[in-house]
Design a protein around this ligand. Structure first.
Ligand code: HSE
Length: 437
């Protein structure tokens, strides 16, 4: 039986999970793949800490070059994370003719086009199933299973940290900071959580998925990104009253010659299956022309779910190698010559529905002044909700709009904020729902 040698860079949580699967699932993997997957070397700066994995004859070294420069290693698995060292090692491994598997979404979103080019020059594979949505086979679905479909739209919950926090706020009325603290104590959130809670991790994943869905160059810069720091129990409660749940969504949609690409807190109807995706779970809903709507749901992070996705890439490459082929499936789902630059729709051009909450002065005429400014800017109101009088002389006024253009909404809100009718900045949460007659 043929032996495929594997080297891992980074022996953290996911690295340990991959090592564990390669060791404990050896027989199953051999039976399924028809080759031995031999974990030859793991490189990490920490070679002392016990990760609870019986490494047997696998070498644990502190020099990554012992993996990258080893002529016997066929597949390098990059699990270091970040964009500096990981980028250098990944490029070097590709240049050395190694096939690379990575879970590194920041690296792919920021430098994916360059990495794909380097893989092409060196005629090797670059695989990244574990970069988006943990264990969900989303990369394979877009790249292979949905090959005969135009992908019209994707809506996804792709960040465990944010989904856990929003679920917590929603379930027990916690404030954002308290929910974040609990998420950190339980190990769902990083000590430095900004990449997650400010939406950037989700944007990295959307940049990758949009590229696969539409055959476009990876474009992170033009994605509109908002995080969840400003989501309060008050808005979650209002959302509930209107029949909505608030989720941090990654949205990718085809709009004529553009692609919409945005990450922001979004109100979705309770009838939308994504509204039931709670806690540490992730999900993606794909609307494609032949299939109609399909959905994937699963653990978005964690040692073994992520390791499972890494193993699916290793298996694909190993199967190619034993069939004496490589690059059978194009890295971004389209041969590189067919990948185009598709512009992302400027946010000002977006048409959607809006939830608006104002802290209004409790004076006669305030409501008509706000709705007058909205009307002057072509924004039609579907429903209004005004809470009872508060002791501080302010009343929260909540409005749900019909379809409106983002530019009109921002112009109107600036005008409303400049009046003495409201205090502070209005809260704006976009609603993702088909307009009902
Ligand atoms: N920090 C990420 C999350 C890990 O919270 O979803 C998985 O990509």
């Amino acid at each position: 039986m043929e032996t495929i040698n594997i080297g891992i860079l980074g022996f953290g949580v996911v690295g340990a999970g991959v090592a564990k699967l390669l060791k404990t699932k050896k027989e199953l993997l051999e039976a399924r793949i028809g080759a031995q997957l031999n974990l030859k070397t793991i490189a990490d700066i920490d070679t002392e800490t016990d990760r609870g994995v019986d490494l047997g004859d696998t070498a644990l070294v502190n020099d990554a070059m012992q993996v990258i420069d080893d002529p016997d290693i066929h597949i390098v698995v990059e699990l270091i994370g970040g964009e500096t060292v990981a980028k250098r090692f990944t490029l070097k491994a590709l240049e050395n003719g190694k096939h690379v598997v990575t879970a590194n979404k920041a690296l792919l979103a920021g430098h994916g086009n360059e990495l794909v080019g380097t893989a092409r020059q060196n005629q090797v594979d670059l695989a990244f199933e574990a970069s988006c949505g943990g264990c969900m086979p989303i990369i394979k679905s877009l790249r292979e299973s949905l090959v005969a479909n135009d992908i019209n739209a994707m809506s996804a919950i792709l960040n465990v940290t944010c989904n856990y926090i929003l679920t917590k706020i929603s379930q027990d009325g916690s404030e954002f900071e308290d929910a974040l603290k609990i998420a950190q104590e339980l190990g769902f959130a990083e000590a430095e959580p900004s990449l997650d809670v400010d939406g950037h991790d989700t944007a990295h994943k959307l940049a990758i998925l949009n590229s696969l869905a539409h055959g476009m160059e990876i474009n992170l810069e033009d994605i509109h990104v908002e995080g969840i720091r400003n989501i309060t129990p008050v808005d979650i409660e209002f959302a509930r009253e209107f029949g909505y749940t608030i989720k941090l969504l990654a949205i990718g949609k085809v709009r004529e010659n553009h692609v919409e690409a945005r990450v922001h807190p979004t109100m979705i109807a309770k009838s939308n299956p994504l509204s039931y995706v709670d806690g540490s779970m992730n999900a993606i809903a794909i609307d494609a022309d032949a299939t109609g709507k399909t959905m994937l749901y699963g653990h978005g992070a964690g040692m073994m779910p992520t390791a499972s996705a890494v193993l699916s890439d290793i298996a694909d490459i190993a199967r190619n190698l034993i069939a004496n082929t490589t690059r059978r499936v194009p890295i971004l789902g389209y041969p590189e010559d067919n990948i185009r630059k598709i512009p992302i729709l400027p946010m000002s051009e977006l048409h959607t529905r809006y939830y608006l909450r104002f802290e209004a002065q409790d004076h006669p005429g305030v409501l008509s002044r706000i709705s007058g400014i909205l009307g002057d800017n072509k924004i039609s109101i579907k429903s209004v909700h005004q809470k009872g009088r508060q002791t501080n002389g302010k009343v929260p006024v909540v409005m749900i709009t019909h379809m409106a253009k983002e530019e009109w909404v921002q112009t109107a809100l600036a005008k409303i904020s400049a009046t003495d009718s409201v205090v502070g900045a209005p809260v704006v949460i976009r609603i993702e729902e088909d307009e009902q007659a």
